[in-house]
Design a protein around this ligand. Structure first.
Ligand code: FES
Length: 156
């Protein structure tokens, strides 16, 4: 089972790297596409890419950890994103974020141990009239108040 999963992963990554002619100069593009495919870039993915494009995996690790866009952690089943754009920030997004962190007992960027929720913050999502804005998966919540966080979570 695990073997098949790995084989699948190697095949997909081989295709992705081929698309970029296995060119190490396209590392960002490769990582971007790989994250789109798997949702995150765990160590095993980094090692396979390193072998395919023949660069040290430490270099890939450096890039993945440098850009906040890339993540090494799997997202939860219900990814929660709190908008931290100016309008949302002014309307208390920081407190809302903190409340989610407290209720879920995780920090921004982390996933709950059961894999149910993960937390992240975003820049303006273009719905400033609804500030502060929170999204959970595809669903958008507007004008979110700290007191509503518990109720929102109970929907999942
Ligand atoms: S600042 Fe949050 S939607 Fe624009």
């Amino acid at each position: 089972m695990t073997c098949n999963k790995n084989k699948n992963m190697i095949n997909k990554l081989t295709d992705i790297c081929n698309e970029f002619n296995n060119d190490p100069d396209d590392l960002i593009g490769i990582l971007h596409k790989a994250q789109g495919e798997f949702g995150y870039l765990p160590k095993e993915v980094q090692i396979i890419i390193a072998e395919l494009i023949k660069i040290p995996s430490s270099k890939i690790y450096g890039v993945v950890t440098f850009y906040s866009y890339f993540t090494m952690k799997a997202k939860g089943k219900y990814p929660i994103s709190v908008c931290m754009g100016t309008a949302c920030y002014v309307k208390g997004a920081e407190k809302v974020l903190k409340e989610f962190e407290d209720k879920l007992k995780i920090k921004n960027g982390e996933t709950t141990p059961d894999g149910k929720f993960s937390m992240s913050s975003l820049r303006c999502v273009g719905a400033c009239g609804l500030a502060p804005v929170v999204s959970i998966g595809e669903k958008i919540y507007g004008s979110v108040k700290v007191e509503e966080v518990e109720k929102i979570l109970s929907e999942y």
